[in-house]
Design a protein around this ligand. Structure first.
Ligand code: FAD
Ligand code: NAI
Length: 466
């Protein structure tokens, strides 16, 4: 006999676990099927959390070696890579256990194994031990996430040629690391290993880095990383890679045509994007529609099949944990008869490097393309007291506001800890703020957040410093 549920969620990442917890809070009978040994999905196990743990630790290492002396602190740091990995693994372990605790607290049943949709309203779960269980569900939520995209001719072995998962566990520090793809993963994990001693070269197909970010910020970011020692080969395609015991030979050629070239590396990181993961899910059994790239098609999280929903990386939109989380909550609220909603215009993006990059809303390129007249307010961190006393004065804040109404349309930041500041503009934009609203809001002194206000003042040309 099948176990009956109001909602069965397949996948225990930020999409799945937030959906499960919200369902539990709303009193629905809910199960979450996850095949990994731990909850938390890509984000907690092999994504956001371990990458940020290594970014933080490697940043401290670099500060200790390069910046402490200037503050009057003499130290000679020594890398203990096993301990750096251990503290990362402990953070991951603590947070995945935290999700398990929240499941218990909210009466979510975690069903361990691989889930598949067997028929309308029916999910089968295969355990690692070969056991099988059938669940009947009024609603099924697909939250199976994504996996790294593959590059033809470059086979990942997680030793010499790695994807992000392999790059989070490298040991020893590779002498030379070649990164394919100047996107978020390539530049975050490239930064980690450069700080720990690798020579890092990035090969990118396009003529720019971090596609999707504001062009002026991307240019400043590339300049900064170049100053730190990262080499870039833009407009270059990788045509093949050969891994041997002691290294990799990569063949590359200019996108515009030209002579192929060989690059050698100790390790190659393939970071050319991610694709939706639906293997073995049985979408075909009930006819759930996907687009040509494999993303599950949805309208307000509903697929074309009644009672089957999808959230997170497996469906359209930015592949970000907070986007998955917001969709999860909205989807469950709709299932529970409430008014679930996500504002896709206000989903922030962050790159956790040094300097950090953060933005929300439209870029200048977006506004030009849409023919929207806008004003720009800009403020450099060199004129911000807190950034200056901390000797971290690189970067700027740029506010884009509608030329007629003054409504804030986009904010772009590069600089120290901007990841922690972009949320202020998310709130302002949710309340449809004008740049003047931010410009006339008192901010504490001395803080970096004053740069946010000064940039807003710049829209009407009354910035006080600089
Ligand atoms: P996932 O987290 O991928 O979870 C899907 C889960 O479903 C997995 O646990 C999988 O095992 C399970 N599953 C799949 N199929 C089945 C099945 N048939 N049965 C049972 N279980 C199944 N995003 C940010 O916002 N900030 C960051 O700083 C950030 N850093 C990242 C760093 C790296 C290196 C990577 C790779 C990603 C990063 N991301 C970041 C992206 C973020 O991890 C994803 O957007 C997020 O995890 C998506 O959540 P999800 O629930 O949709 O999918
Ligand atoms: P990405 O889309 O950010 O970048 C991939 C890069 O690879 C692009 O610049 C692309 O032009 C380039 N590329 C594609 N094919 C190529 C080829 N054949 N040769 C050379 N370059 C090629 O994808 P990435 O970095 O793999 O990250 C995947 C996703 O994970 C991101 O889109 C993001 O959603 C998420 N993520 C988010 C983080 C954050 O929020 N801080 C951190 C890490 C990942």
């Amino acid at each position: 006999m099948a176990d009956d549920f109001d909602v069965v969620i397949i996948g225990g990442g930020p999409g799945g676990y937030n959906a499960a917890i919200r369902a539990g809070q709303l009193g629905l009978k809910v199960a979450c099927v996850e095949k990994r040994k731990t909850l938390g999905g890509t984000c907690l196990n092999v994504g956001c959390i371990p990458s940020k743990a290594l970014l933080h630790a490697s940043e401290m290492f670099e500060h200790a070696g390069k910046d402490f002396a200037g503050l009057g602190i003499k130290v000679t740091p020594e890398l203990d890579l096993p301990q750096m990995h251990k503290q990362k693994d402990e953070s991951v372990g603590g947070l995945t256990k935290g999700v398990e605790f929240l499941f218990k607290k909210n009466k979510v049943e975690w069903i361990k194994g691989a889930g598949a949709i067997a028929a309308p309203g029916q999910v089968t779960v295969k355990g690692e031990d070969g056991s099988e269980r059938t669940l009947s569900a009024k609603n099924v939520v697909i939250a199976t996430g994504s996996e790294p995209s593959k590059l033809p001719g470059v086979e990942v072995d997680q030793k010499r040629i790695v994807d992000s998962t392999g790059a989070l566990a490298l040991s020893p520090v590779p002498k030379k690391l070649v990164v394919i793809g100047a996107g978020v993963i390539g530049l975050e994990l490239g930064s980690v290993w450069r700080r720990l001693g690798s020579e890092v070269e990035v090969v990118e197909f396009l003529d720019r880095t971090i596609p999707g970010a504001d062009g002026e910020v991307a240019t400043a970011f590339q300049r900064s990383l170049t100053k730190q020692g990262v080499k870039f080969r833009l407009s270059t395609k990788v045509t093949g890679a050969k891994a041997a015991k002691d290294g990799v030979v990569l063949t590359v050629e200019p996108v515009a045509g030209g002579a192929p070239e060989a690059i050698t590396a100790d390790v190659v990181l393939v970071a050319v994007g991610r694709r939706p993961f639906t293997d073995g899910l049985g979408l075909e059994t009930v006819g759930v529609k996907t687009d040509p790239r494999g993303f599950v098609e949805t309208d307000h999280y509903k697929t074309n099949v009644p009672g089957v929903w999808a959230v997170g990386d497996v469906t359209h939109g930015p592949m970000l944990a907070h986007k998955a989380e917001d969709e999860a909550v909205a989807c469950i609220e709709l299932i529970a008869g409430k008014a679930g909603h996500v504002n896709y215009d206000i989903i922030p993006s962050v790159i956790y490097t040094t300097p950090e990059v953060a933005w929300v809303g439209k870029t200048e390129e977006d506004l030009k393309k849409a023919g929207i007249a806008y004003k720009v307010g800009k403020f450099p961190f060199t004129a911000n007291a807190r950034a200056k006393v901390n000797h971290e004065a690189e970067g700027f804040v740029k506010v884009l506001a509608d030329a007629k109404t003054d409504r804030v349309l986009g904010v772009h930041m590069i600089g120290p800890e901007v990841s922690e500041m972009v949320g202020e503009y998310c709130v302002a934009m949710e309340f449809s703020a004008a740049s003047e609203d931010v410009a006339r809001t008192c901010h504490p002194h001395p803080t970096r957040s004053e740069a946010l206000r000064q940039a807003a003042m710049g829209v009407e040309g009354w910035t006080m410093q600089a």
